[in-house]
Design a protein around this ligand. Structure first.
Ligand code: DQA
Length: 144
């Protein structure tokens, strides 16, 4: 079982970025957590990819077809704007879990829309970077 963990814009600045909202862990801490948690829940491989560019995220979703079994995705700000990411997820048809570090439901109105979420079978939000472990668990359960 192989998983792809995708992160959108500004997630590379974790630790620096609004720590009162996103915590003090860095993006490197996040990738280490995903690799470890992924192995614990039964993935033989967890690949992490972050980009600040919508098209790069779309490219990576397309490349996931035939290469991995499922996707964990935090599209970050593109969650609320990107029909291209939604369409890419629908096109490849892989099981996907949406994850957000913060509790988006308790934040601004403009964060209440999720396009990518429409192509995901589950959503984890407000659990900090530990939410990625939860998302990988849900994905592994779905694939078993
Ligand atoms: C986020 C929430 C988004 O609204 C925001 O634009 C992000 C991060 C989160 O993980 O909580 O960049 O996806």
């Amino acid at each position: 079982m192989k998983a792809l963990v995708l992160n959108g814009p500004n997630i590379n600045l974790l630790g620096l970025r609004e720590p009162q909202i996103y915590g003090s862990a860095t993006y490197e801490d996040l990738t280490t957590l995903c690799e470890r948690a992924g192995a614990e829940v039964g993935f033989s491989e967890v690949t992490c990819f972050q980009s600040n560019h919508e098209g790069s995220l779309v490219d990576r979703i397309q490349e996931a077809h035939g290469a991995v079994d499922g996707i964990v995705i935090n599209p970050a700000a593109y969650t609320h704007t990107s029909i291209a990411i939604l369409d890419a997820l629908k096109a490849v048809g892989l099981p996907a879990v949406e994850v957000h570090i913060s509790d988006v439901d308790a934040r601004e109105d403009f964060r209440q829309v999720s396009y990518a979420g429409r192509a995901c079978f589950a959503r984890v939000a407000g659990e900090g970077i530990e939410g990625y472990r939860h998302a990988l668990e849900l994905l592994a359960e779905r694939l078993r």
